[in-house]
Design a protein around this ligand. Sequence first.
Ligand code: C5P
Length: 237
Amino acid sequence: MEKRELLYEGKAKRLYLTDDANLVISEFKDDLTAFNGEKKSSEAGKGALNNKISTELFKLLEANGIPTHFVKMLDDNHMLHTKVDVILIEVIVRNIATGSLSRNLGIEDGKVLPFTLVEFDYKDDDLGDPKLNDQHCLILELVDHQDELDKLRRMARQVNDILKPYFKEKGLNLVDFKLEFGKDSNGNIILIDEISPDNCRFWDIKSGEKMDKDRFRQGLGGLTVAYEQVLNRILGK
Ligand code: C5P
């Protein structure tokens, strides 16, 4: 597979075209950003850890019937995946209140939610990723029909139903996470982007220790050590 010209550079990844019009390559960067790009840093090895973690989780989800863009991991920092039209909705799934949910609604940090909450944020950095309801999504034409919004919610809950018990067995609480979706060349909605400690919150069940990007957001240090722990637990090491 030949890596061709740069198609897009995001905060954590670069996207390259390939010699196959249906396939693209993501390069996972070591860059870290938070608070909509206001806080920036870089941690050597972070990109490779996220590539490896995402690879394992996409394989797990595929094996459990979730269609994803994953094709294969090419090397430490590169993943080959399906080219899609990105749906500009960030689907946030929450099992435990923290972060913006606690900040915005005053829900106690760490409170186990009575049911899994699924929210939509507008994937638009200039606007600061505001919250969306279904009517906003339709007015903005982010999807074609209400059915597609229902499908995003259904798929997000299925992902949670697979990942939550999986991580519990590995001693981690899956607190919340962000998913992205796209439409492939046949118009099918598939899971895209990455699933890593950059976009999931993991709390160690025994110690309560944060094992995700909150270590950077909150200046706790030890980010790559925590990400490596997550990968090792996934690999059963
Ligand atoms: O910040 P907030 O509490 O809304 O984040 C909820 C979850 O979504 C967290 O796991 C966070 O890492 C993820 N997220 C993300 N990208 C964003 C916003 C949130 O990965 N732009």
